[in-house]
Write a protein that binds this ligand. Structure first.
Ligand SMILES: C[S@@+](CC[C@H](N)C(=O)[O-])C[C@H]1O[C@@H](n2cnc3c(N)ncnc32)[C@H](O)[C@@H]1O
Length: 206
């Protein structure tokens, strides 16, 4: 098992118990996302964690394929979906690099708190663009560490060294938007509750 999978497996149970840090902001993001849903839509989630967002959105779409690198995260997500009586979400333990999705086959892709964890986010964004139908939508909430205060940026490598953090990539909101636009997305909605919070972006395949 690679280091990242082991890290997330180890933290999965604690992650599942952790309360949402800003419930009002989370609910606002769910509402904003649902404006783009139709009842027959096919949705893909990358880095679904313990399935909270997929389960919350399931009643509003046709089907969600929810994927995550960590088998333990997926196990917890499956149990939560079963307990909630949700049967239109398929969970899979799969790294984004191993995803095989036919081109132009997905209506909406979601990737929350995960783009900054990827070795090659540009490749992931290009793949997401390819798998979306024309006019399809990509929704992401992403920690843009490049815009955070210097002490936070300095804590990241130390935390990584101590194995308290996963490997993270440092980029700003402007750089993320540039990556999305360069890949062929048009930004439709963006919101950041505060400067240190994750940037929430909804963009459309041009
Ligand atoms: C911070 S958690 C976010 C989970 C969930 N999206 C949320 O918002 O609560 C990051 C998740 O991304 C997953 N992850 C990390 N690297 C990944 C990769 N290369 N492919 C797929 N999932 C990955 C981890 O296993 C973890 O569940």
């Amino acid at each position: 098992m690679d280091r990242e999978t082991a890290f997330w497996n180890k933290h999965a149970d604690k992650y599942a118990r952790r309360p949402i840090s800003d419930e009002a902001a989370y609910q606002k993001k769910l509402e904003a996302t649902r404006k783009y849903f139709q009842p027959d839509m096919e949705v893909l989630e990358i880095g679904c964690g313990t399935g909270m967002t997929a389960i919350a959105h399931a009643p509003f779409v046709g089907h969600i394929r929810a994927t995550d690198l960590s088998p333990r995260m997926v196990e917890i997500a499956k149990d939560k979906a079963k307990a909630a009586g949700i049967d239109n979400v398929t969970f899979e333990a799969l790294s984004v690099d191993a995803l095989e999705v036919p081109g132009a086959s997905i209506d909406v892709v979601m990737a929350h708190s995960v783009l900054h964890l990827l070795e090659d986010k540009e490749r992931a964004i290009a793949d997401i663009h390819n798998m979306l139908k024309p006019g399809g939508v990509f929704v992401t909430s992403t920690a843009c560490i490049g815009d955070m205060m210097l002490p936070i940026r300095l804590i990241v490598p130390v935390g990584r060294f101590l194995r308290l953090f996963p490997p993270v990539k440092v980029f700003s909101v402007a750089e993320l938007k540039d990556s999305l636009e360069s890949a062929g997305f048009e930004i439709d909605y963006e919101w950041q509750p505060k400067k240190s919070a994750a940037a929430f972006i909804i963009c459309r395949k041009r």
